[in-house]
Design a protein around this ligand. Structure first.
Ligand code: BGC
Length: 734
């Protein structure tokens, strides 16, 4: 008996009975080894199944091997509610109401990378808790025209600002073992004709303006997923585009993550196979489907692809490379070691949403310091405008949410005022109202059939009796407003709001405009109102954050991530009649987008890029330069003393721009190259340090196809916005 147990122990010790863990299941093994091991165990059918959707938002794993499915979710402002297997409509779960974070324009307006990390981390936790391993966001398409219906989902007009903000967002999301899927790669700068328009852009604009934020997301943020765009570039759809995906993303940037199609963005099996697409989603298969099987089998990267592989038309290596990328996604997320568990709808997430909103709201104008509104004296406050009572988290396309709560501006204002003043509301105008989106009901009954004149008269009556008018208007998430799929019709405020503001300003001179929008709007009334606040779409905590700023609980510190021009034709795309095109759109303004265009043409914007006021005063001291000469291998340190000379604690974003004095190729007057946000107590002074190196002086040479520099003189500008330049000085690159 004893000798048997000795023999048994020997067997176990020598591993004869022990079952070896396959490498792909060993979380301690290097990812690349796990990938090769998993791949070697898979059938060709199993591999193909991973390359396309199996439902609206998921794709197959390998059930036989215990490799989980991939589950995607929109993005980028909150976790989309669960949908039915084959539909866009929500499935009616009762446990999936999320925290709605502010729109990405608002995040960009914080100019605070710490806020971007907090945003990414929080939304990533929400995604993780809901068992999603890919978050479809953030979006970093550049603001080329204020008519783009999706600008609210992006980070503004400047490639440097967008780059600095996207990286921490991606890192925050991915710290949860959830992939950020950066979208829409690339040149998706309008919604009009988005599936058919072929973008013509020169290489300088491509590399200097439209690609840097994607490149930063990939190279600095190490994004694990990227989504192709709907539009075409060089006559090829962006989702299977050899230039964008093979040449730039994979070869130039060494990207090893997964490429996911936009929903319905793949059009061709061969191109999908050869031009960089790994996973196909949302394809409309009408007419391709064969009733005996699932329509998903008819996707380009499904049965048609399998057939070409099986008959040898496409080599198996082509499929294996896609599956490697998909498995890498799996091992980085669902099958990674120590993946956190996430949290959902937590007080911390609502706090994060409020904090980001507070820092993103931009005070554009504040005559006579009408803001913050003091509540000590007896006050009658009129709140006027539909956006004060209208939910904004529902609608607008794929970023639409089912939020746990959304504080409306009127409710936020009432809560902040309490019984210290009297708040009266008038609608003032009525916009188009949909009751819900994709099966998510707003629960709001705010239809109103009154005529325009009646609404204006009522609003004026109330305004006349009030000490101050808070007008809450702007755009909304209906189609042709700030909404996916269709651009805005024009630059004006809709629903006769201009007329209303005109009328209001005749009866009350204390008007504060709170603009809820993701885009700039024309402001013919700008001189008739005392204050203007750009309040974006702030999500769950919108009303609270707006009230925090209005009543001075928080000192505003947001700065514009895009220029507010006076009229539509002041934007390059419109001045040159280069929007929206028909089958083709030509980006004739080249690198001169946003402030680059305005400055080139000496056109004064209404509110410039980088602009944003505070309730306190920041005094800029004389910057100290470590040297005025730079070589290609060293750097200059610039130290800018900033003092808070006002009476309230506040944050200021100090901006550094650089312009090339003389160059062979045309260059913008100046470009943002560094910024830093600091907080100062009243009376406090801090130094803000920046480092300038040769990389900040480079441009993309389209002939040599390389980033390059020319020696000579450059001007360094330090300011509180692109227009409010406090100091400028020359440096020399030797
Ligand atoms: C949008 C994407 C979105 C996807 C899934 C598409 O229509 O362009 O941004 O992630 O739908 O909802």
């Amino acid at each position: 008996m004893r000798s048997w147990s000795v023999i048994l122990a020997l067997f176990i010790a020598t591993g004869i009975f022990a079952q070896e863990t396959p490498i792909y299941l060993d979380v301690t093994a290097p990812v690349e080894e796990r990938i090769e091991d998993a791949l070697s165990r898979m059938t060709v059918e199993e591999k193909v199944a991973m390359c396309h959707a199996q439902s609206k938002f998921s794709s197959a794993g390998v059930p036989r091997l215990g490799i989980p499915e991939n589950w995607m979710t929109d993005g980028p402002h909150g976790i989309r509610p669960e949908v039915f297997w084959n539909e866009w409509d929500q499935a009616g779960w009762t446990n999936d109401s999320c925290v709605a974070f502010p729109a990405l324009t608002c995040l960009a307006a914080t100019w605070n990378p710490d806020m971007a990390y907090l945003y990414g981390k929080s939304i990533g936790e929400e995604a993780r808790y809901r068992n999603k391993n890919v978050l479809l966001g953030p979006g970093v398409n550049i603001y080329r025209t204020p008519l783009n219906g999706r600008n609210f989902e992006y980070m503004g007009e400047d490639p440097y600002l967008a780059s600095k903000m996207v990286v921490p967002y991606v890192q925050g999301v991915q710290s949860n073992g959830v992939a950020a899927c950066v979208k829409h790669f690339a040149l998706n700068n309008q919604e009009t004709n988005r599936h058919t328009v072929n973008v013509h852009v020169d290489d300088r604009a491509l590399y200097e303006i439209y690609l840097p934020a994607f490149r930063a997301a990939v190279q600095e943020g190490n994004a694990w997923a990227i989504m192709g765009a709907y539009n075409l570039y060089k006559n090829q759809h962006a989702c299977h585009n050899r230039y964008l995906l093979n040449d730039i993303l994979r070869k130039e940037w060494n990207y090893n993550g997964v490429v996911i199609s936009d929903w319905g963005g793949a059009y061709d099996t061969y191109e999908s196979a050869y031009n960089g697409l790994d996973m196909e989603f949302g394809t409309g298969t009408d007419g391709l489907t064969d009733a005996r099987t699932s329509e998903y089998d008819a996707y380009h990267l499904a049965r048609p692809y399998l057939k070409l592989i099986k008959n040898g038309d496409i080599p198996i290596e082509n499929l294996d490379n896609k599956v490697r990328n998909i498995l890498r996604l799996v091992f980085r997320t669902t099958m990674s070691a120590n993946r956190p568990y996430g949290t959902f709808g937590s007080p911390e997430h609502f706090d994060a949403a409020r904090k980001i909103a507070q820092e993103g709201i931009v005070l554009l104008k504040n005559e006579e310091n009408i803001l913050p509104i003091g509540l000590d004296g007896k006050k009658r406050i009129a709140v006027i405008g539909e956006n004060a009572i209208r939910m904004m988290t529902v609608g607008g396309g794929s970023s639409s949410l089912k939020a746990k709560h959304e504080i409306l501006p009127l409710d936020g204002i009432k809560a902040a005022v309490g019984n210290k003043a009297e708040v009266t509301f008038a609608r003032g105008y009525v916009g188009k109202i949909s009751v819900g989106y994709n099966g998510v009901d707003t629960g709001q009954a705010i239809e109103d059939n009154r005529e325009k004149d009646t609404l204006i008269a009522e609003a004026c009556r109330i305004a006349e009796m009030s000490d101050i008018v808070i007008f809450v208007g702007g755009l909304n998430k209906e189609i042709h407003q700030d909404c996916e799929g269709l651009d805005r019709y024009d630059f004006q405020l809709p629903y006769a709001q201009n007329e209303l503001l005109d009328a209001l300003s005749k009866v009350n001179e204390n008007i504060v405009v709170v603009l809820v929008s993701g885009n700039a709007v024309e402001m013919p009334w700008v001189d008739n109102v005392k204050s203007i606040m750009q309040a974006w779409y702030c999500g769950s905590e919108a009303g609270n954050a707006i009230a925090d700023i209005l009543f001075g609980k928080v000192n505003p510190s947001g700065k514009l991530p895009f220029s507010f021009a006076r009229k539509l034709d002041d934007y390059g795309a419109h001045a040159l009649d280069a929007y929206p095109g028909d089958r083709d759109v030509y980006y004739k303004e080249g690198i001169f987008v946003g402030y680059r265009w305005l400055e080139k043409n000496k056109t004064k914007p209404l509110f410039p890029f980088g602009h944003g006021l505070s309730y306190t005063i920041f005094k800029y001291g004389k910057p100290v330069f470590s040297s005025r000469e730079l070589s290609s291998s060293d750097s200059i340190v610039v130290s800018v003393p900033i003092r808070n000379t006002g009476g309230m604690k506040g944050k200021e974003t100090v901006q550094l721009y650089i312009g090339d004095k003389k160059s062979t190729l045309p260059r913008p007057l100046k470009e943002l190259k560094a910024f830093r946000k600091i907080e100062l107590q009243p009376g406090e002074e801090k130094n803000v340090d920046f480092k300038i190196s040769v990389a900040d002086l480079m441009f993309f040479d389209d002939v040599r196809h390389a980033w390059t520099y020319e020696t000579g003189k450059f001007v360094v500008y330090i300011g509180a916005s692109s227009e409010d330049i406090k100091y400028s000085t020359e440096i020399t690159l030797k």
